[in-house]
Ligand binder design. Structure first.
Ligand code: ADP
Ligand code: MG
Length: 719
């Protein structure tokens, strides 16, 4: 048996089993060994047949006899019957509607049965128990079920199964593989000193422990090791990327304090301490002559754009190296056209007095500020013209969507790349932007996605982290209310008060789960239209109501957003397209319909739409179900101080995968276990960093190097 040999070369398989293994993604012996149990059962909780009592649920082991099919009662339900016997007693088992059971189990077979003990006329029987054949009976209950080596194991593994492949089958095949000596082929890539330091089992031991632990502790230690391993390799990759990126020479941007103060002094507000700290982190990076890679993470409304504006200012007022003319350029990428247009507007405000041009490029057109005819406004220009001015360096600031990373966009002196709402972009896209210049541009990523610190350290391991953990002065906490169906009317009246005071409102329609994305868009559009109609007719006839959804043309969307900004619209009924970054300060109310269908962090981001001014803001979370679980979850939304707290909450109480787009990050279930453990993540990161700093090419660690390059080629394949 070889690790990389195919399962079917080593075991005789029926067609149904081959199909099941394909489904479980088990092709090779190695895949089999890496098919880890999802949990462990404990035979010490198994009962003696002699001690069973009516009404309880029990698991028993025994020998089967007296198999036959028959018809039950007057209704003539087909059924199978048999007796199960161990050294303490005998019990009858019946399977209604499953006469075939009598045919698939052989007389005299050893089985494990689990089910309810029923009682009829003083006699006990098992009704419809789940059964599985086992190769051997435990030697007395509480003793070893699988212990063919005569040891006292009581834990047995339970695996993800598929029709034709049971846990028991998997267990025995894995034991066979073990006894073939295959474990000697498994060489541990993790250096021994690291394993020792963190008290982790070696690969060989961990593989044994995870499949046949003697104690719970062993299984846990094994899982911990594999979780550590996964995070360790991600960190090795990230630390390598980071050092590689930092090796590139970059433009030196060195601005005087006074100069920056001047620029910041013109803001219509006082910068927060967190903003100042972020600005000084960035400007310190700029001076080094090495490419910055920094992540600015701050809750919605914490003022990331102003921080970005200072960075842009510093670049746009710096001459390219050795030149007495021209400016360093910035590319500023946003995830949607609405956002790009919004940043374009606010940057005009930041930069108009400086005589610095700003360009906008999106799929639906290009703009330039200032316009020749109106030096205070912008003008539409052709793409060709805009690209020409970007390529010859005349436009120092270019804002845009994905259109920015197309091949045809070339810069003369690109020195800074800013990516807003970073979680929307993959590493590959980031790299594309970074490659648009001879000198590596400084990279500033910004995100409001509240993710737990452990996850941020892992997936953004190649970035330095700056937190904007302070809201602008005077902001009031949003009042969040969870509204059950019977309180709807009352809530609408409260909202009417706000509208009367001249405020505006968002109504977000629920997420629609539909596998086909274009279908989902159509359904959402429909629900948005219907809700708008209903509100106009039944609730707010006196107010102007408009809609915004993904099926609208970008130009239509923009018109609606502008009308909303200009207060021509009072209520905007929308899908979650308004989720990211949109900024309308007079909108102080947000209603979220079908809230239970959104993740907590998405709800938090939606709520962030109304934290843009110093008016008291309200978020009404409309829920249709009132199970405790849903209500508790929504309550967390009400109580949490910030997005990070919510993320930690979700990490603790919900499945990890579903929430953080686990697939997207490429972290396995076992890896996500590590994400719950800050110490482990920090240890994996520190060790990886240390190794890469000492030995960038991992010359002294050929196994690590090999596994790393294997992972990378798999990742490319995956993309
Ligand atoms: P986000 O971090 O979500 O991107 P924005 O940068 O869009 O937030 O800022 C939200 C709003 O807060 C904007 O209207 C912005 O002008 C304003 N703002 C930013 N910084 C401050 C501050 N220090 N004091 C008051 N208002 C601020
Ligand atoms: Mg923003």
């Amino acid at each position: 048996m070889k690790l990389n040999s195919l399962i079917e070369e080593n075991f005789r398989l029926a067609e149904i089993q081959k199909a099941a293994l394909r489904k479980l993604k088990i092709k090779t012996v190695k895949d089999l060994l890496y098919h880890f149990p999802v949990r462990y059962g404990d035979t010490s909780s198994v009962k003696n047949i002699g001690s069973l009592e009516g009404g309880e649920n029990a698991a028993i082991f025994g020998k089967i006899s007296g198999l036959k099919t028959s018809k039950a009662f007057r209704k003539k339900i087909p059924m199978a019957e048999a007796f199960i016997e161990d050294e303490t007693g005998k019990i009858k088992a019946v399977w209604f509607h499953q006469p075939y059971i009598a045919k698939i189990i052989g007389e005299g077979a050893f089985i494990k049965a689990e089910g309810k003990v029923s009682e009829r006329k003083g006699e006990l029987y098992l009704s419809n128990p789940k059964i599985e054949t086992v190769s051997k009976l435990p030697i007395g209950v509480g003793d070893s079920l699988f212990g063919e080596r005569g040891e006292n194991y009581t834990l047995y593994p339970v695996y993800a199964e598929s029709k034709g492949i049971t846990s028991n089958w998997l267990f025995h095949k894995i034991q066979k593989a073990f006894s073939s000596g295959i474990l000697d082929e498994m060489i541990d890539p993790i250096p021994e000193d690291i394993l020792k330091k963190y008290n982790l089992p070696s690969l060989k031991t961990a593989v044994i422990w995870i499949h046949s632990p003697r104690r719970k502790k062993d299984a846990e230690a094994a899982r911990k090791r594999f979780a550590f391993e996964e995070i360790f390799f991600i960190q090795l990759e990230k630390q390598k990327e980071k050092i590689e990126y930092e090796k590139n020479p970059s433009a030196v941007i060195d601005k005087s304090e006074k100069d920056l103060e001047n620029f910041i002094g013109k803001f219509p507000f006082k910068a927060t301490n967190a903003q100042r700290k972020a600005i000084s982190d960035i400007l310190a990076d700029f001076k080094k002559g090495r490419a910055m890679s920094r992540l600015l993470e701050g809750d919605v409304g914490s003022g990331k754009t102003a921080v970005a504006a200072v960075a842009v200012y510093a670049a746009a007022t710096t001459r390219p190296n050795g030149q007495s003319f021209g400016n360093l350029q910035t590319a500023y990428m946003a995830p949607t056209e609405i956002l790009a247009a919004q940043h374009f507007e606010s940057f005009i405000k930041y930069f108009s007095y400086l005589n610095i041009s700003v360009g906008l490029i999106t799929g639906s057109g290009c703009r330039k500020f200032p316009s020749k005819v109106n030096p205070l406004g912008w003008t539409d220009i052709s793409r060709t013209q805009l690209l020409k001015w970007v390529a010859n360096g005349e436009i120092p600031i270019l804002i845009g969507t994905h259109a920015l990373i197309q091949k045809t966009v070339n810069f003369k002196n690109l020195a800074l790349v800013i990516i807003d709402e970073q979680h929307r972009f993959g590493t590959a896209q980031r790299q594309k932007l970074a490659k648009k210049s001879a000198l590596a541009p400084h990279l500033l990523s910004m995100t409001a996605t509240p993710i737990p610190r452990t996850l941020a350290l892992t997936i953004y391991g190649d970035l330095d982290l700056t937190l904007l953990d302070e809201m602008p002065e005077g902001r009031k906490k949003i009042i969040t209310e969870i509204v059950l169906p019977n309180a709807r009317e009352m809530t609408y009246e409260k909202i009417r008060e706000e509208l009367k005071n001249g405020r505006q409102a968002y109504v977000i329609c629920p997420r629609i789960d539909e596998p086909d994305p274009s279908m989902e868009m159509a359904l959402l559009a429909k629900s948005v239209k219907e809700e708008a109609k209903r509100l106009k007719k039944e609730v707010f006839p006196e107010y102007e109501i408009s809609i915004l959804h993904g099926k609208m043309k970008p130009s239509e969307k923009e018109k609606v957003m502008n009308d909303f900004k200009d207060k021509k619209i009072d209520i905007l009924v929308a899908t979650s397209v308004v989720e990211v970054g949109v900024n309308v300060t007079n909108a102080t109310v947000i209603i979220i319909e079908g809230a239970e269908r959104f993740g907590l962090s998405q709800l938090h981001q939606l709520r962030g739409r109304v934290i843009r001014s110093n008016h008291q803001a309200y978020c009404f979370v409309f829920a249709d179900t009132k199970t405790d679980k849903t209500l508790n979850r929504l309550k967390a939304l009400k109580e949490a101080k910030n997005g990070f707290e919510l993320a930690e909450y979700d990490l603790k109480f919900r499945g990890t995968g579903e929430l953080y787009g686990q697939k997207q990050w490429g972290i396995s279930d076992i890896g996500m276990e590590a994400i719950k453990n800050i110490k482990m993540v920090e240890a994996a990161r520190a060790e990886a960093k240390n190794l890469i700093e000492k030995d960038f090419s991992l010359t002294a660690y050929p196994l690590l190097r090999q596994k790393l390059s294997h992972r990378q080629s798999e990742a490319i394949h995956f993309e």
